[in-house]
Design a protein around this ligand. Structure first.
Ligand code: PXP
Length: 254
């Protein structure tokens, strides 16, 4: 059984900080806590409107956090310059609309190959792995592979929002995309909207290498603390992978 990596997204620690301005709570402190709680990577989205993570946060995360940094960003010249300056381990290209509450859908790679291709080349040229946040769709997977992405992150939002039979359909779509994308040579990640309730079925898909989870973990932290919410997520991921609890706690302390 392969261990599934957990990327902890700390954007919403910055959302709370920004609600009042000032410095508290500090997302970099949250990232350090995530390291201690067994995260395998830190994810942060530098949005064009800077509604949560700031440029200074990215600079500090790149310098102070020992884990791989996954920088989510829109494919714009401004963001490319920032990424090339801080050289995160990976950049995940995401669609961005200013009026949206969160990243509502995947990137339409199939329609924007010409625009996205040079970003992939520029980032990879500096040794940064490139990921594309896409809906679980074969045409998008084909396009991502074609323009040289290393990774695709499959959008799990529709699955998490679905009820009843629709959830099964959404899960089947993700499962099919995991197989299809892996056969194209893409590393498969997944994320968006995952919670204690929804993570199990996604984590059980063996072809997925990494999950990126944020909003639920930060929300749950209000009640149980961030370290506890991350540890509990880790346990659920390991259980879904069929990794025994004792192995899971070994993995945490390693
Ligand atoms: N992956 C990507 C590409 C995202 O844009 C987000 C949301 O910022 C996440 C993962 C994490 O989603 P959530 O905060 O709902 O767990």
């Amino acid at each position: 059984m392969s261990k599934l990596r957990l990327g902890v997204n700390i954007d919403h620690v910055a959302t709370i900080r920004n609600a009042r301005g000032g410095h508290f709570p500090d997302p970099v402190r949250a990232a350090k806590l995530a390291v201690a709680a067994g995260a395998d990577g830190i994810t942060a989205h530098l949005r064009e409107d800077r509604r949560h993570i700031s440029d200074h946060d990215i600079k500090r995360l790149a310098r102070e956090i020992p884990l791989p940094l996954n920088l989510e960003m829109a494919a714009t010249e401004e963001m490319l310059e920032i990424a090339l300056c801080h050289k995160p381990n990976a950049c995940c290209l995401v669609p961005e609309r200013r009026e949206e509450l969160t990243t509502e859908g995947g990137l339409d790679v199939a329609s924007a190959r010409g625009h996205l291709g040079p970003y992939v080349k520029a980032l990879k040229g500096k040794g940064i792995r490139v990921s594309m946040f896409i809906d679980p769709d074969k045409a998008q997977l084909d396009a991502a592979a074609e323009i040289g992405a290393d990774i695709v992150e499959l959008h799990t939002g529709a699955y998490c929002d679905a009820m009843g039979a629709a959830r099964g359909t959404a899960l089947a779509r993700i499962a099919e995309s995991v197989e299809y994308g892996a056969a194209l040579g893409l590393e498969i990640h997944a994320g968006h909207g995952l919670s204690f309730e929804t993570v199990g079925e996604i984590a059980a898909l063996q072809g997925i290498v990494e999950l990126n989870i944020g909003h639920f973990l930060v929300g749950e932290a209000i009640f149980t603390g961030l370290e506890s919410s991350i540890r509990q997520m880790r346990v659920l991921m390991d259980e879904a992978r069929g990794i025994a609890r004792s192995d899971a706690s070994d993995a945490k302390s390693a």
